[in-house]
Design a binder for this molecule. Sequence first.
Ligand code: HXC
Length: 255
Amino acid sequence: METILVERRERVGMITLHRPKSLNALSRQLAREVVDTLKTFDADDNIGAIVITGSARAFAAGADIEEMANLTYAEFYCDDIFAPWDELRSISKPIIAAVSGYALGGGCELALMCDFIIASEDAQFGQPEIKLGILPGIGGSQRLANAVGKSLAMDLVLTGRTIDVHEAKAAGLVARVVPGKELLQTALEAAHTIAGYNSPAVRMAKEAVNVAFETSLTEGMRHERRLFQAAFATEGQKEGMHAFIAKRAPVFRHR
Ligand code: HXC
């Protein structure tokens, strides 16, 4: 890998975006490397949750503007240049974005693609594409509107202004705000907690919440009920409940 650093910490897989000269601009190579690594983690029984982070200065400052500047419509269309990012939707294990510094354009969109965001006090979020004569391209207009509602999403997408972490937290974009030096530890602890649970149930829970953004309440409830019933086909359900009754800690086998 040339654009990211990959680590395994017990049952947590960690991806650090690493293009410091361009504030982790999301090049095509970086997209491929992130997605390939996520797929590897997703297929690995020894990994139960994933953290994506950047540097202290930038989670990611957007798509790589230099790489994009001279592309034509035909190149974008025929090569479907952002298609790798769509593959994130197929990752069944939880992904936490640990965001410090700039999360702009595609960087904000990548954070939004993750399952939740833990951010440091200096994090900044925005969709400044409009200033470049374009608009969000990997789901920002959709996921941002889902996360913060129409009015603030329109404000950010149409004016290109950046919001600080407190506005982002108040709007529901960010789950937790922590001091910068605690960011990684907090994200890893959350990921370790998740990775310690019954893995099929964790993945079902992620699937169930995601369905809420894609279908009607009736369909979503039906989907949740089927997943709930399916959880009773897992060893982890038996272990979790019998451990509770026996007043001992559960030991999940993650399968
Ligand atoms: C390529 C980038 C970059 C980017 C920063 N750099 N952002 N290179 N693509 N998105 C480079 C700069 O050119 C500079 O390189 C170095 O990183 C440091 O950036 P500075 O501008 O010198 O830093 P600073 O003054 O602190 O300003 C930080 C910043 C600014 C506010 C984040 O860099 C900025 O506005 N960046 C662009 C943000 C943006 O518009 N993002 C949306 C991109 S479009 P040198 O060589 O000069 O040191 C997009 C579309 C989404 O994301 C589609 C889906 C992927």
